[in-house]
Write a new protein. Structure first.
Length: 94
């Protein structure tokens, strides 16, 4: 699932962020019967996590040396948030 959004970095500089989320269905019944649209929830959760974490970093860090750290932080945050939602998915990579 791909996503693209314009966000503000820590220096309040606009940054266009593109992300791709890879997940697998871990529990089919939870995935089908969560009461919502799992892919839409994944997309909005990813965007929220990205916005929060991008806002705390400098533009230089986002574009260069801090990129891998940002990806790992977003992945960890996504796993926590998705576990709380009981969507029946496992987030693999971002």
């Amino acid at each position: 699932m791909g996503n693209e959004a314009l966000m503000l970095g820590g220096e309040e500089v606009p940054v266009e962020v593109t992300s791709e989320l890879h997940y697998r269905i871990a529990n089919l019944s939870e995935y089908l019967f969560t009461g919502g649209k799992p892919e839409e929830l994944l997309r909005t959760t990813l965007e929220r996590s990205l916005r929060e974490l991008v806002a705390t970093r400098s533009l230089e860090g986002i574009l260069t040396t801090g990129r891998t750290e940002l990806e790992q932080a977003v992945l960890a945050e996504m796993r926590v948030r998705i576990a709380r939602l009981n969507l029946g998915v496992e987030v693999l990579t971002i």
